[in-house]
Write a protein that binds this ligand. Sequence first.
Ligand SMILES: Cc1ncc(COP(=O)(O)O)c(C=O)c1O
Length: 373
Amino acid sequence: MKAIPVGAPHLTEADRQAVLECLETGWISSEGPQVAAFEELFSATLGRRHGVAVSSGTAGLDIAVRALGLGPGDEVLVPSLTIISCGRAIAEAGARPVPVDCDATDWNARLGHFQERRTSRTKAILLVHLYGLCADLDPILAWAREQGLAVIEDASQAQGLRYRDRPCGSFGDISVFSLYANKVITTGEGGMVLCDSRALAERCRALRDLCFNPARRFWHEDLGWNYRLTALQAALGIPQVRRLPELVRRKRQLGLTYHDAFQSLSALASAPSATDYAENVYWAFGLVVAPEAPFTRDALTKALQDLGIGTRTFFYGLHQQPAFLKKGLVDPVSLPVTESLSQRGFYLPSGLGLSNEDQHRVIEAVEAFVSHR
Ligand SMILES: Cc1ncc(COP(=O)(O)O)c(C=O)c1O
């Protein structure tokens, strides 16, 4: 039987043409005009003044933390249930990641979770919107402002998501997107950093490009990275930004189909399809196996795997990662909701390349497994 990958991309003739044009004109490095065009289109779509295209979301997070001047002695509050890149960027800058717990219903950190772990050393919060839905952001942002904390927003899994009347990606002093192959807009590998301050944007550009001195080539007052995006990648992203509303509609349709199919299964919980502040865009359709279910998450994902259906488990908490614990980079705390979700959560094939027929095969496989326990 044909395998169903967990995050198949969907590329069109317009995407192909855009890349071919680069090859034909010879614009293949980051010097190509496609990079600036992509930055302008992406940032304008999100209502931000500046866009800095980078080589990955991980690179974008590294740049964001450094550009905000976070370093030794500073603590940054970050949801624990996220990719290692978030904690890594903070630790690499010499600051301390302070992982916080999250809500059991939509898996995002709430104001209380951030407040719980704030200390006199807290200088910033890193907001992450998980799997296509965000928390109620107004209270968190108001608190951060009142406390004088910088806000980094990781909207990698929230392309097309709106919180009240504004797009996610417009809430951070610096906001970051991954453009990896499983993201709504993808350049294969890639990322985008957005902000409104010219000075911050210039700092991000310098960090992206080894901190070259514009007046004195090969003279460096500071250390950056080569985190540049190529013109080939930028060209691939441009037509996708133009059709973002269509891509998001399809994501939501896939998500709602799963949501409706599994609503009656008490052994499986999913995030709300809408709250009073946002409509879930279902970047990925997550399911959490109930603690009292007669089967485990791993038994279910193994059964799906045997049928050729790809799944992905939820993240482990940052506070559980040996890479941080072994070096004493995070405190050995207990964050019970994160720990439970990371043991019981997973997501189903949710890519834009998923056909309706394949989605029905996935639904039937999950229903058959659950009804036979
Ligand atoms: C929330 C989040 N942040 C950051 C990243 C890292 O992005 P990249 O894989 O482009 O480095 C990912 C990757 O999937 C992600 O899901």
